[in-house]
Design a protein around this ligand. Sequence first.
Ligand code: DON
Length: 303
Amino acid sequence: MDYQLELQRALDAARPVLGTGRVADYIPALAAADPKSFGLALATVDGEVYGAGDWEQPFSIQSVSKLFTLALSMATGGEAVWHRVGREPSGTPFNSLVQLESELGIPRNPFINAGAVVVTDHLLTLTGDAGRSVREFLRAESGNPLLDTDPVVAGSEAAHGHRNAALAHFIASYDNLENPVEAVLGHYYAHCAIAASCRDLALAGLFLARHGLRADGSRLLSRSDAKRINAVLLTCGTYDAAGEFAFRVGLPGKSGVGGGILAIIPGKGTICVWGPALDRAGNSVGGVAALDAFTTATGWSVF
Ligand code: DON
């Protein structure tokens, strides 16, 4: 298959929908993104990377980071994380508070904001620095030593993070945080505000396509844990649009409000797409359309 040609075709097919989305502005530092930016990268399990469009331009990875916090906390702490967070789709927006009270401070899944706050707290306890753990993992897997947290975005998130602070305090009221709320939120913003390109993220996600193996051949996760993360990505990785994403794309994937989506093709590779214009669920409109076009043309899917 001519990967390069298929990537370009997917971008070209999806470009017309970019105008139907809106850039996230509830984090003011993200509002400056150009809604016409668009790129995608494909990395194969043997580490080859192909790209089209703006695939080498760094963007704010936001909730795509939640995939890595979960993987690192499972790699370091084993099963323990599942005592504190569930693994069912929420059917509610990514920053919703409504289920937390009836479910006694146990977030539905690790990919909504409430769940990611708990996983970040767990990783902070396990490693002493959750933000740094995610950054170092991304640097090692992508081979990009310059990859870093954007302090302007992290500061903007903290300054406008009333909803996340509310979620975190509410969770703490049910004794489901081990560290002070301010510290947990600081680490949560530190990993959400990492700037990385489609190339970087496609390479960094390959451990899930390799059934748990890192770029250097060492094992991060058991095959079973890699399967579990892929399963939760499929059912919860794109929030209350996870059904639509599975229908159109048929791959495990994680989106972020910076406009990135990282999708895993187990045994084959990863695709990361970036387009900052979002649909109402907070997923990149161009990103979903490009993945739809690519998977339909190539037949790459878990189904
Ligand atoms: O906490 C927030 O709201 C952001 N740092 C991350 C949200 C996000 O990316 C949701 N994804 N679509």
